[in-house]
Write a protein that binds this ligand. Structure first.
Ligand SMILES: O=C(O)c1ccc(O)c(O)c1
Ligand SMILES: [Mg+2]
Length: 628
């Protein structure tokens, strides 16, 4: 299949869009008419620009309100089409995309529409171009691809073909079976789009919420299976109307687009064996079994205080790096790396962002394979010099310029603690019972969420949860998790459009997107809290009203509620499953820890989030951050 992207997907001027499309290594582009109309130059100039970037204009679109017009509009519509053929000849483009008529003046009738297309085909052929018909899901008479196909079939003209747009088909839930019997050579263009499931009219949904395949909830892979059954090997183009993409970076959105197609076509190859000639088979998605370490970039002065905090949380210094000012802190299966070195990646990260998480390492089945997959997906691999005898841990650039490392036991990378670190203490008897990283919560700009959602879901064997709207005292935060089926890896992606939420204020303080909090698990949260208190850790206070409500809302006994209240523990329940959460105060840089105990519970305590956010807001609006 020849892949392409429509200019309408991206922000910027036409030249910025073309540059971004070429930089993302596409070969084809759909020129959206508005982008041409707003371009200060001739269609021939556009052609030079497109070809100068090594691209080809695969279609010019949309041509609107064509079929089924009564006279005198009918004659005018044909005259208008002739003018567009002129433009296409200058553009060097041979395909005009016609979308179904929405005009109240239009008349129905498959045969009438077919006759119009037959005549349009005659005219197109004379000009050496072709036309392709798309059923808009809100078309006045034609809004079903099966009707559009019937029009094309009856038009029975070599210059007339069909457009299949996955959004219009999947949004309406139209049966995909009929796709399988359409002759592949009559499908002139396939437009790909996904979208989140929303209860909304088709037009608004399509014009504002489309997204790249894999970012939404539509059954794009089922669509591809049906398409594949035709033997289709033609033009496959992304056509996304999305408000966030329009506000985002054209370059990064274009790369996301290409990444989504690579993943989608690889998934098709996996399911059907149909390989795309220009797409090498990707290594499989990385199977994650947890977070191996969390690395903080910190300066020397900050490191002393931070290490004291880790000690109070029950961590013990377990290793000192052999060549760098880096220490390993350990508790249960959790490793925290404190990097105060004056050179290298962490140092520059600290200069830009202050005290912050600069890297996460994931335990995977095959670390080199994960990076190979990442490279094939147009992610950015990362390497920096290491000391003699030290290990090179494969990594890619992640959120906010941070790193995502991959560690496995297949290639011995799990020996890193022995190889790179001098052990100082392996005794964690005095710990606070913390066992593992339960989840990592990352805050990002609203326009970036779909980028990072695709980044993680394309690289790792994870699923995404539905988006939750969480109420913060400063606005609404959209929160979505990606997680492995067994819960060994859980990341939360948070973003809000308000500048006043805790999430947005964190972004401003950090000068970028990053890890705002890490939740650590315990098997006995009451014992953990007792130990933390004995160590002098201040826990986030929770209002009494919350516990009063808990008493009437749940079947917890008064004693149980009193115990939660005394420990500042938040509680949630799903059937018989229970969840307990407690928060530390906020550290320098706006980062904090959460401690959780899951008793069969799979969520993240969404009902408690507004309570917690309000308490944190109250504290951060006070003069000084609380001591931990
Ligand atoms: O929203 C629209 O008008 C529109 C235009 C062209 C398309 O290909 C499409 O799917 C929708
Ligand atoms: Mg379309």
């Amino acid at each position: 299949m020849r892949t392409a992207i429509a200019t309408v997907c991206l922000s910027g001027t036409l030249s910025e869009k073309i540059e971004a499309i070429a930089a993302a290594r596409f070969k084809g582009v759909e020129i959206f008419e508005n982008d041409l109309l707003s371009f200060n130059g001739t269609p021939a100039d556009v052609r030079r620009m497109v070809e100068g970037h090594g691209l080809e204009t695969i279609t010019f679109q949309p041509f609107r309100d064509f079929e089924g017009m009564p006279e005198p509009q009918r004659s005018k519509v044909f005259a208008r089409a002739e003018r567009k053929f002129d433009v296409m000849q200058e553009l060097g483009c041979d395909l005009l995309m016609v979308c179904s008529n929405v005009s109240p003046d239009s008349l129905g009738g498959i045969e009438r529409a077919a006759a119009d297309f037959r005549e349009l085909g005659e005219r197109a052929e004379k000009r050496g171009v072709r036309v392709a018909f798309e059923a808009l899901s809100w078309g006045r008479h034609i809004h079903d691809y099966r009707d559009a196909w019937e029009v094309v079939r009856r038009a029975d003209h070599p210059a007339v073909g069909l457009v299949l747009d996955s959004f219009h088909i999947l949004a309406r839930g139209t049966d995909l079976a009929a796709i399988r019997s359409i002759p592949a050579d009559k499908i002139f263009l396939v437009q790909m789009a996904d979208a989140p499931r929303l209860a909304m009219d088709y037009l608004s949904w399509s014009r504002h919420y489309r997204c790249f395949p894999g970012q939404g909830d539509l059954l794009v892979d089922e669509f591809m299976l049906a398409l594949n059954a035709t033997g289709f090997n033609g033009l496959l183009s992304l056509e996304i109307f999305n408000d966030r993409f329009r506000a985002g970076s054209a370059r990064s959105v274009a790369v996301d687009g290409h990444r989504s197609l690579i993943v989608m076509l690889d998934e098709l190859r996996r399911r059907t064996g149909t390989a795309s000639p220009d797409l090498p088979a990707l290594p499989p998605k990385a199977i994650c079994s947890g977070v191996e370490f969390v690395e903080f970039a910190i300066d020397e002065r900050g490191a002393v205080e931070f290490e004291r905090t880790l000690g109070r949380l029950g961590f013990r210094k377990a290793g000192i790096h052999r060549s760098k000012a880096v220490t390993r802190w350990r508790q249960g299966g959790i490793n925290i790396v404190v990097n105060a070195d004056k050179e290298g990646f962490a140092h520059s990260f600290n200069i830009t962002h202050g005290t912050a998480v600069c890297a996460l390492a994931l335990r995977v089945d095959d670390a080199p394979g994960a990076v190979d997959r990442a490279v094939a997906l147009l992610d950015q691999p990362f390497q920096q010099p290491v000391g003699p005898g030290e290990m090179t841990i494969p990594a890619v650039r992640g959120l906010g310029g941070s790193l995502l490392y991959f560690v496995d036991n297949k290639t011995g990378l799990d020996r890193l603690w022995d190889v790179d670190f001098q052990a100082v203490d392996t005794d964690d008897a005095a710990g606070a019972g913390l066992k593992a990283v339960d989840h990592v919560s990352q805050s990002m700009h609203y326009e970036e969420v779909l980028t990072w959602l695709l980044f993680y879901t394309s690289l790792l064997e994870v699923r995404k949860t539905p988006v939750q709207a969480v109420i913060d005292p400063g606005g609404v935060v959209q929160s979505q998790a990606i997680e492995t089926a067994d819960g060994a890896l859980r990341f939360i992606l948070n973003a809000s459009q308000s500048q006043r939420t805790l999430s947005s204020r964190f972004l401003n303080d950090l000068f970028g997107s990053g890890v705002q909090h890490i939740a650590l698990s315990t098997d006995d949260i009451f014992a953990t809290v007792e130990q933390l208190r004995a160590n002098g850790v201040d826990l986030l206070p929770i209002p009494d009203n919350y516990y009063d409500d808990l008493e009437v809302r749940t079947d917890l006994s008064a004693d149980e509620v009193a115990r939660l209240r005394a420990c500042h523990i938040l509680y949630d329940r799903e059937g018989a499953a229970e969840y307990f959460q407690v928060y530390t105060g906020t550290l320098e840089g706006g980062f904090f820890f959460e401690i959780v105990e899951r008793r069969g519970y799979q969520g993240y305590g969404a009902t408690n989030a507004p309570i917690r956010l309000a308490s944190q807001t109250l504290l951060t609006s006070m003069a000084a951050p609380p001591e931990m």
